[in-house]
Design a binder for this molecule. Structure first.
Ligand code: GCU
Length: 692
């Protein structure tokens, strides 16, 4: 699998330099001190086996897991130990460190006398994360002398949502078919799921939902005896890597399975039905995570049918899950998807807040609301959803999209970590300055017990997992960033590059890093301008179509005419959406003076001649960014070409193909958008470039 990208960032490439070998050669034995008897032993085994695999691969020498008695004390080795299992190990760490390390955290310390490296944790998951952390240090060529590392994940829930259907298709999947399902059943071969679980654990993911939030007929049966044995098998694979399994459920399951005439959450028969179901689920999977629910959203069933609200709906399921420790993850992607485009009053951006904010305090303690980062739908640029943090008495998780639905569908390069960092660093001012989204997501701001981040997966059964090899950086980066939002985008990119391609060529590392870091901005520059969004082909969402959604029912309009463009969402003259923001954000977006350029058309309708803070007019900005963006996309292809000698041919080739397509397609974007606006307004490009 060396040349096809299957091993992703865990190829454990042979480290060629003498310096590397000198530094790490001694570490070839792994000792486990005090493994628990229960399920945790498997997680520790995963950790130890991974260390052996990684050390062998990188050093080219044999490495093994051995018993404590087998290595002389004088030798350097790697030790995995749970706090409290061995007094000698506890003695290495100050009392304060032991209490500071949480359930999933770890400490790594080098024993100055022998060079022994100790990874210690409160629970098996921490040892697994610690093992991957240490392997990352080895793999990126960092020193392991005098290590004194303490890590705890910042976000409690670190989740991946799959939108996989049982027929094997993946909604918004751009990397092949499902690794879980085919032909309306589970795939018989589950080896790939194990490799996937390793990838997830290596970046600290601890939860996964395996089926689409749009739960169709067959998937409705996942919580029945027909499929629970398979679900249990998959859960067991993930369990070995400390990843908890969740399922998306159909709110109308009792009705659609023909077992009850209703799915009304306040009907005792419905409540009993779900209680009964959940017993079966937990007898198959004792550590089952819970349900993900998309209800009353885009034609999916929900409590509205019965005149009940989202709190009634979620609480009924939460009640059933509570005795088993399960949770309900209830999505807030709720809006009118049958809007009349002539109706200028209804604003889809306002919908989630309007629906959910009034319900604050009504949800049971094992319900957590999942809120998309923006108020519309994973566009290349959107403001932050004002619902995030606006419900202090309700648990929330932030939802991101790793799969590149609106950001080039893994045919264009778009490294999303910088976008996610902007989201996490955004200050909501909900509790004064410093009320950032990252403090909301982590649960810290409101002292929330259930909190964290979920994101839609970008993987499929393509050999390299993500279609575009460089899109692996998004999965890697997602995990790393939500473990520690303090990491920077360049740091994460560099780690991924070193682990994936090796440390051999500094030119390669710098070139790919810069490509990744520039890619989001470049994609933005040749697609929909200034935060206005969409302008894509309907349904599949790939490629330019300026009016693709302009007269549809989906509530995503730009209102371009011959004079101007943009959506007036102000309180003064528009839909009033700006009023959902707290503190100075409301005024900042409301006023043309202070609204940031990149979101101008999300909040305001302006003439093409309106001057941006940049000094350019809107129309000239559109022309300039589209010409420049397409040029930059072409530059990617050329830069990658120059790396041909420093990467395996197979890997080089697959990326080269995607970059060539991107360069071509960026021109299509450029010309469609520029031509559309030129024809609308008749204002010529100041630089007289070709517009058709
Ligand atoms: C988007 C996406 C859908 C998806 C939906 C959701 O609208 O296009 O495919 O089902 O988001 O998040 O539920």
């Amino acid at each position: 699998h060396g040349e096809d990208g299957y091993l992703a960032w865990l190829p454990y490439r042979r480290q060629e330099t003498a310096e590397w070998l000198k530094r790490y050669k001694a570490y070839r034995q792994i000792v486990v001190a005090g493994a628990p008897e229960d399920g945790g032993a498997a997680v520790i085994h995963s950790a130890a086996a991974e260390l052996a695999r990684g050390l062998e691969g990188m050093s080219g020498l044999s490495a093994a897991v051995v018993n404590a008695g087998e290595v002389p004390d004088s030798e350097a080795y790697i030790q995995l130990a749970l706090f409290g299992s061995n007094p000698e190990i506890d003695g290495l760490f100050p009392e304060a460190v032991i209490t500071e390390i949480g359930a999933e955290g770890f400490a790594i310390q080098t024993d100055a006398h022998t060079g022994r490296i100790v990874i210690a944790a409160a629970a098996p998951a921490g040892l697994l994360y610690g093992a991957f952390h240490l392997l990352r240090l080895f793999g990126t060529g960092q020193s392991v002398n005098g290590l004194n590392i303490r890590e705890n994940p910042v976000n409690p829930l670190r989740m991946i949502n799959h939108w996989d259907n049982m027929d094997g298709s993946i909604e918004r999947g751009y990397a092949g078919k499902s690794i879980f399902f085919e032909n309306n059943r589970f795939k018989a071969d589950k080896e790939r799921i194990r490799d996937y679980a390793r990838l997830l654990a290596s970046v600290g993911i601890n939860a996964v939902s395996i089926n689409n939030v749009n739960v169709h007929k067959q998937e409705t049966l996942l919580i029945t005896d027909e499929f629970l044995p398979d679900v249990a098998e998959v859960a067991a694979i993930f369990r070995d890597f400390a990843v908890k399994l969740f399922l998306s459920v159909n709110y109308a399951a009792p009705l659609e399975m023909g077992e009850l005439p209703t799915a009304d959450p306040l009907d005792p028969a419905v409540q009993e039905w779900w209680q009964h179901r959940i017993k079966d689920v937990y007898s198959a999977i004792p550590d089952f995570g819970g349900y993900v629910v998309k209800a009353d959203s885009e034609n999916r069933p929900g409590p509205f049918t019965y005149g009940r609200d989202h709190a009634d709906g979620a609480n009924m399921l939460a009640e059933a899950l509570d005795p088993f420790g399960g949770i309900v993850i209830w999505r807030c992607f709720v809006y009118n998807c049958k809007q009349d485009w002539r109706d200028r009053k209804t604003d889809r951006a306002k919908a989630a807040y309007d629906h959910f904010k009034p319900l604050d305090g009504r949800f049971k303690d094992n319900v957590v609301l999942q809120v998309k980062n923006g108020p519309i739908d994973f566009q290349v640029r959107e403001p932050i959803s004002p619902l995030l943090g606006a419900m202090p008495s309700t648990h929330q998780v932030l939802e991101l999209q790793i799969t590149q639905e609106y950001t080039g569908q893994q045919r264009h390069l778009c490294y999303l970590v910088p976008q996610w960092k902007e989201i996490l660093d955004f200050d909501t001012y909900l509790k004064g300055e410093g009320s950032t989204v990252k403090r909301i997501a982590s649960g810290e701001l409101h002292g929330s017990r259930l909190a964290g981040i979920a994101a839609v997966s970008n993987i499929g059964d393509d050999t390299n997992w993500t279609g575009h090899l460089l899109a692996q950086a998004n999965l890697y980066g997602y995990g790393r960033l939500i473990w520690n939002p303090g990491l920077t985008s360049p740091e994460i990119a560099e780690e991924w590059i070193r682990l994936t391609f090796g440390n051999g060529s500094e030119q390669l590392i710098r070139t790919v890093q810069q490509m990744l870091l520039d890619s989001w901005g470049i994609y933005e520059s040749y697609t929909a301008p200034l935060g206005v969004g969409f302008m894509v082909n309907p349904d599949h969402h790939y490629g330019p179509n300026v009016e693709g959604y302009e007269y549809s029912m989906w509530g995503t309009y730009h209102f371009a005419d011959w004079q101007g463009i943009g959506v007036d969402r102000t309180k003064a003259t528009g839909t009033g959406y700006t009023g959902q923001y707290a503190g100075s954000n409301c005024e900042r977006y409301e006023s043309l003076e202070t609204c940031p350029d990149e979101l101008l058309l999300f909040f305001h309708h302006v003439p093409y001649t309106h001057k941006l803070h940049s000094g350019k007019t809107v129309i000239q900005h559109i022309y300039d960014t589209h010409f420049e963006g397409a040029e930059q996309a072409e530059r990617f292809a050329a830069e990658w070409e120059a790396l041909a000698g420093s990467i395996e041919e197979g890997l080089h080739q697959q990326v080269a193909e995607r970059l060539a397509e991107q360069a071509e397609h960026a021109k299509e974007w450029r010309d469609r958008i520029n031509t559309y606006f030129y024809r609308r307004c008749g204002i010529a490009d100041e630089q007289g470039r070709t517009i058709y």
